[in-house]
Design a protein around this ligand. Structure first.
Ligand code: PMP
Length: 431
């Protein structure tokens, strides 16, 4: 850590001071010989687990053939095979095309470029509590000021923001219609509908705290988009590839996005991202208008095909649903015991608890959440927090986790909650 601090700037934050030596399935061994259960999965990149056997075999096979070539110079089959697979998997019974990129932020940047090229309109509407990445356009679309935006102004122009359907932090009784109405309002208050190229949304907020909107919400949003010739982009970078019990969270909401951005678990541990969308939309930018040196790297393509095969053959969609159900059962018991557990929510294995100081006022329990995450890693569990108010513990455990490992990890979270709740109780009685 001393060497890290001397050699690396402070901005790329480390949530734990644990230096990894090796990893397998749902666990990580550190350089001191400690074993950790991994409930973070490299922030949702390891739905199929660390070093999934099909992925490591596919990478080795590819290593013997060729590494970087650049798809723009000499194309290779792996890129096309990934595109074909994603075109088939993405929801929507229409012709689709896919472009490959390196990261989630790059996928978002490209989806925006494609939407503008297709609609010939400038504006993009995004949501409060959204996270879309750290590059210029993606950061402009991202919601949280600290630490993602402060000091990095000015942002990209033509970005407009409306509230998300965050029921727990909205007035009780707010209906889907009322949530969706924010979009119609924006056309009056902020930007003319005919200037809007696209609305971009995470079907389940990721960094924003695993907020799951009502099931009919995105149908309402997409209907408004269609009425005005606006494209709907689903950012499934975190919610895709079995995380929510389906290939894409969009499927839970019965929508067929015009474009979907993907990354993270698509690569099974390798960097790769994609935008899949309606063929006519994807073909809008001119020849040479999109791309990048390393986009769709051969090793990443091999890994992605193997990751998709692993999800298919190992039943990880069903497993995700089961992981989510088990989490919910355990979390309900925590909520009964400790008012600190304000909200329990999730979709399949994308689940979380939101912590509050007071069940009525719902004041975010930020420092308590930090204490819980710290307790966890000190007791062998790597977790990460989320939420605009830094008060959400989210579960991104590799779905290959065994039942025993899952309970072992949840036992640590339970003990952490008990410890923090007791400290609060003790502080109150001393006061
Ligand atoms: N979109 C979403 C929904 C994400 O969760 C993230 C990463 N947390 C990104 C985009 C950015 O992805 P990357 O870090 O690969 O650029």
């Amino acid at each position: 850590m001393v060497r890290r601090e001397a050699a690396v700037p402070r901005a790329p934050y480390n949530t734990t001071p644990v230096f990894a030596a090796s990893a397998e399935g749902a666990s990580i061994d550190d350089v001191d010989g400690n074993r950790y259960l991994d409930f973070a999965g490299g922030i949702g990149c390891l739905n199929i687990g660390h070093r999934a056997p099909r992925v490591t075999a596919a990478i080795q096979e590819q290593l013997a053939k060729h590494l970087h070539l650049c798809f723009a110079v000499t194309p290779y089959e792996g890129y096309i095979a990934v595109a074909e697979k994603l075109n088939a998997l993405a929801p929507g019974n229409f012709a689709k095309k896919t472009i490959l990129l390196n990261t989630g932020a790059e996928a978002v940047e490209n989806a925006v470029k494609i939407a503008r090229a297709y609609t010939k309109r400038p504006a993009i509407i995004c949501f409060e509590d959204a996270f879309h990445g750290r590059t210029m356009m993606a950061m402009s679309l991202t919601s949280k000021a600290h630490p993602y935006k402060a000091g990095f102004e000015p942002f990209a122009s033509d970005v407009y923001r409306i509230p998300f359907a965050y029921s727990y932090r909205s007035e009780s009784g707010t209906t889907t219609e009322m949530f969706a109405h924010h979009l119609e309002n924006a056309f009056k208050r902020s930007v003319a509908a005919e200037s809007v190229a696209a609305v971009i949304a995470e079907p389940v907020l990721g960094e924003g705290g695993f907020v799951v909107p009502p099931r009919d919400y995105f149908k309402a949003i997409q209907a408004i988009c269609r009425k005005h010739g606006i494209l709907f982009i689903a950012d499934e970078v975190q919610s895709g590839f079995a995380r929510t019990g389906k290939w894409f969270a969009s499927e839970h909401f019965g929508i067929e996005p015009d474009m979907i951005t993907m990354a993270k678990s698509l690569g099974g541990g390798m960097p790769i991202a994609a935008v899949t969308g309606r063929a006519e939309v994807m073909d809008a930018p001119g020849v040479g208008g999109l791309g990048g040196t390393y986009c769709g790297h051969p090793l990443s393509c091999a890994a992605a095909l193997a990751a998709i095969e692993t999800i298919e053959k190992d039943g990880l969609l069903t497993r995700s649903t089961a992981v989510g159900k088990h989490f919910e059962t355990r979390a309900r018991a925590w909520q009964k015991k400790w008012p600190l557990v304000g909200d329990i929510r999730g979709l399949g294995g994308m689940c979380a608890i939101e912590l509050v100081r007071n069940a009525q006022t719902r004041e975010p329990a930020e420092s308590e959440t930090k204490q819980i995450a710290e307790y966890c890693y000190k007791h062998g569990l790597i977790t990460i927090t989320a939420g605009t108010f830094n008060n959400v513990i989210r579960i991104l455990v590799p779905l290959v986790v065994s039942d025993e490992q899952l309970d072992e990890g949840l036992d640590v979270i339970e003990a952490a909650l008990a410890s923090v709740a007791e400290q609060k109780q003790a502080a109150l009685s001393h006061a």
